[in-house]
Design a protein. Structure first.
Length: 245
């Protein structure tokens, strides 16, 4: 499946929900805005989260009081209707795409098709990472893990107990040693790191940058973490690793 096909299927589903729910026109108003780091993740004891150094922005869409979120590199503010969002070009326009994904997450949660669309805050990310490490041990023993996207909470926990490789696209992270693990280039090291791994934990922010398709059918367990891709996980039957709201 190509990224164009993924986005196309998401748009088809968006349209289906809106039309079948008679939510076209001005009947449902959508507000979408970027969140401050504190609004997004609260007070954490980590200072190396991408959102804290400006590498990522979390945007939040609200549809009839139901919230959907998405990480993106593009700050967005939008007010309009579901009909307007439904007509957006999202394959090439990252600004539109971020708004669309956040709105679809909210819409599918409102429709009962997905959950955990709100990022955990404060001590929540620590607890999520700890529970994830314990779950991996219980289900896989001592696997080799490749982490797609530098996520310090997960990397810290994984590196305590498992062999782990971490890939990232941010040049400020590549080559750095984090929690005893060297961050590798997400482009050049990808194929080797995926072949090496027993299981893969992949940021669902890959839905936003169009690279999720690389990890959707690897022939080995892949777990998508975070809130951005919950709509795609629900629609395509992908496994999620998330203890959020």
């Amino acid at each position: 499946m190509t990224k164009e096909e993924v986005y196309g299927k998401l748009k088809e589903h968006f349209r289906k929900i809106v039309e079948e729910g008679d939510m076209t026109g001005a009947q449902v108003h959508v507000t979408c805005r970027g969140l401050s780091p504190k609004e997004a993740v609260g007070e954490t004891d980590r200072k190396d989260l991408p959102i804290l150094n400006g590498a990522e922005v979390m945007i939040q869409a609200e549809v009839d009081g139901v919230i959907g979120q998405a990480f993106t590199s593009t700050a967005s503010f939008y007010e309009g209707t579901l009909q307007d969002i439904m007509e957006m070009e999202i394959v090439e326009d990252s600004y539109n795409r971020a708004i669309f994904i956040a709105a679809l997450n909210a819409l599918m949660r409102k429709n009962g098709e997905c959950d955990r669309t709100v990022h955990c805050k404060d001590k929540g990310p620590n607890e999520c990472a700890r529970k994830t490490r314990e779950w991996v041990r219980e289900h896989y023993g001592r696997p080799k893990i490749t982490e797609i996207g530098y996520q310090p909470f997960l990397l810290d926990e994984f590196s305590r107990e498992f062999e782990v490789r971490v890939l990232d696209l941010n040049p400020d992270n590549i080559g750095q040693i984090r929690y005893g693990v060297k961050v590798e280039d997400g482009e050049t090291a990808c194929e080797d790191a995926l072949t090496w791994a027993d299981i893969v934990f992949c940021t669902s922010s890959t839905l936003g940058n169009g690279t999720m398709v690389r990890y959707m059918d690897l022939g080995k367990p892949v777990y998508f973490y975070g809130t951005t891709g919950c709509c795609a996980a629900a629609l395509f039957g992908l496994d999620r690793s998330c203890y959020g709201d």
